[in-house]
Design a protein around this ligand. Sequence first.
Ligand code: NAD
Ligand code: DAU
Length: 350
Amino acid sequence: MKSWLITGGCGFIGSNFVRMAAEMEAGRIVVLDSLTYAGSLSNIAELTTRGRVEFCKGDICDGALVNDLFGVHGFDCVVHFAAESHVDRSILGERPFLRTNIEGTYVLVDAARRAWRNDPHEKRFIHISTDEVFGDLGPDDPPFAEGTPYRPSSPYAASKASADHLVRAWQRTFGLPAIITNCGNNYGPWQFPEKLIPLMILNAIEGRELPVYGDGKQMRDWLHVADHCRAIMTVVNRGEIGATYLIGGDDARTNLDVVHRICWAVDAELDRAPGTSAKLVRHVADRPGHDRRYSLDAAHLKTSLGWRPVENFETALPAIVRWYVEHKNWANELRTGAYRQYYERQYAGR
Ligand code: NAD
Ligand code: DAU
């Protein structure tokens, strides 16, 4: 039975992973999350109220707290999701990204190193990273692979690249039993409404404009969050210490294609005339430094550990649209005054 520390377990991917771990694994699960604007205890409420998951409200940059948690719970597996995760916000203000993503990761790897110094066997530190550390691809470039050089474009990507370097250095120099995963764009339930897919679904439901950056021909490699969580669980159980695994959904699409499919799915879900939501699409000024294309080669994970994505964006989309329709109250509670201010700053006059 493992004792788990899951950081950022009240965010999008973290909460999906906590739910999966609580179902599949028998051990103790502690979630450490500071509940920034992106984290909500309601995302894992059913697990904390029935005592399956212990929640600790706290900051990963707080070294005393993190060391204390290791001392009390004797974790043998850390899955590190906590981060500032939105590229647009990192362009509006980079400080929280440098603090949480770099300093917070340093605090965690160092606490794990100290706690596990005398017995690193059977321990695992899984660092959840992103394909954005590799920068972008030209139209004919081969997909990212584990050896692709780092070339981050945004403050967010640079902070995640720095965190990856710290984890790798702690693994190599101090023998931290660490593994890094870099995945593509996730979609699914519980995603904060600022990200492309929930933003477009909710705006389409509400009859609001659908702001597409630039020409909308940027490509992302979409991965269902359930496939991502299964991949992480595979890496926790069978991944090789010191290895990096790329996790991609084999589902590369332009943003325009994603937005138009969302329009069709929302119209179908709400029994609207086909084409109603597509009229809301508006091209707006592009994101500065916008990466043009991501694509991942997940061959290493597939061949060495046998993982494969089972979901597909087109077939999964109707259920996801329905989930956001049925969770409008959840979304409304997140879109508070602070969120509305962010939205105004991000989109007004664009
Ligand atoms: P998210 O923004 O939805 O959630 C982040 C969580 O971390 C929130 O619950 C927040 O409260 C918590 N948090 C932030 N700062 C903290 C701090 N200082 N101390 C403690 N908790 C803190 O993020 P997400 O989309 O679920 O992403 C999770 C991880 O996966 C991140 O590391 C991100 O870089 C990575 N990732 C995400 C995607 C994606 O498509 N969403 C793709 C690739 C990689
Ligand atoms: O690739 C992995 C990354 O995916 C993760 O590391 C990040 O944490 C996650 O936020 C995501 O980053 P992106 O910048 O790719 O995601 P976002 O949902 O913000 O945007 C997806 C694409 O859609 C991107 O090309 C920008 C575009 N976009 C986004 C928004 C919010 C729009 O055209 N309009 C919008 O309003």
